[in-house]
Write a new protein. Structure first.
Length: 217
């Protein structure tokens, strides 16, 4: 009993780093240091900084010379974390394409908070918000909405199958609990190593401060 209790405590502690996990859609920075693709991407970013951060893209269903559109542009420029707001030329009548450039990276908290603000404060006309930060938010929301259902299905299937095999109620419950704890410990180790950058030297990688969104799935 004491050994089991100790193992539960250890697994819980290993899972703690996952509580502060943050996610991004992976890019070349996540590749090993030996990767030519990573080296080329970092070289481009260093030598051509004008390429900048991928913007938040907003499609506004309104004429570009409409006063309501001008007012919305001023409001968008005042959003925390937005450093540039520029309409793209050449859009058809009744449609405006606007690039909102965040101060940080394309998917950090400044960018995602800006996307949330734009969506929470919609203008009088219809808008659609895209770009890397918006994609990250949408994928996270979809995964989070489906995760409880997936977990419930897996847990129930495990309980039923083990009950049919063993005829015991205790064994299936213990198996499900230990699986959850083991999964939490694995995800915590992912966050501690790859997000926080521990063991980056021996493993030969540079942490980008986030986990690839596909890792937990």
């Amino acid at each position: 009993m004491a050994v089991a209790a100790a193992m539960v405590v250890v697994l819980l502690l290993l899972g703690v780093p996952f509580l502060s996990a943050r996610f991004e859609n992976g890019d070349a920075r996540s590749l090993p240091r030996s990767s030519e693709v990573r080296a080329a991407a970092l070289m481009l970013a260093d030598r051509f900084p004008a390429r900048g951060t991928d913007p938040i893209t907003v499609i506004a269903h309104v004429d570009i010379d409409d006063p309501a559109f001008t007012r919305w542009m001023d409001q968008a420029a005042a959003i925390d974390g937005i450093v540039d707001v520029s309409p793209r030329p050449g859009t058809p009548a009744g449609t405006a394409l606007v690039a909102l450039v965040p101060a940080g990276t394309s998917q950090d908290s400044l960018a995602t908070n800006a996307v949330a603000t734009v969506r929470v404060r919609p203008p009088a006309f219809d808008i659609e918000v895209g770009g890397p930060a918006a994609e990250l938010i949408d994928v996270e929301d979809r995964l989070a909405s489906r995760l409880p259902i997936a977990g419930l299905v897996v847990s129930l299937a495990t309980l039923v199958l083990l009950f049919l095999m063993t005829g015991s109620l205790i064994v299936p419950i213990k198996a499900v609990v230990m699986n959850i704890l083991s999964l939490g410990a694995s995800l915590g180790a992912l966050a501690w190593i790859f997000q926080d950058g521990h063991l980056s030297g021996p493993l030969g990688f540079d942490s980008v401060g986030a986990l690839d969104l596909w890792m937990p799935s």
